[in-house]
Write a protein that binds this ligand. Structure first.
Ligand code: SF4
Length: 93
């Protein structure tokens, strides 16, 4: 009987340790999720950004362009309204 209760205590301790581990991992996941941007911007070089339009495509007509700040939602740095990159997309109509 005494041996059984020691085993039960050991099992309970193992269970509590596992629960603690999973709670810690869940907390860590939430912290990571809340501190990481949903999407990071890419570099101008990566998307072949240029300061001039290409084939009639131009940043000021792109769905990613932010005219108030002359920035882009997906490419880092200051963006010319007259620029272009490989991520150019027209806004949905
Ligand atoms: S995705 Fe490319 S084309 Fe569109 S605004 Fe950004 S830099 Fe310009």
């Amino acid at each position: 009987m005494k041996h059984e209760s020691k085993d039960n205590i050991k099992s309970l301790n193992k269970l509590l340790n596992r629960r603690g581990f999973f709670k810690s991992m869940a907390f860590l996941g939430l912290v990571t999720l809340s501190t990481t941007p949903l999407h990071a911007k890419g570099s101008k070089k990566q998307f072949k950004y240029q300061d001039s339009p290409k084939n009639g495509e131009i940043c000021k007509d792109c769905m990613h362009f932010e005219p108030k700040s002359n920035t882009c939602k997906v490419v880092e740095g200051s963006i010319s309204p007259n620029g272009w990159c490989t991520l150019f997309r027209k806004p949905p109509q």
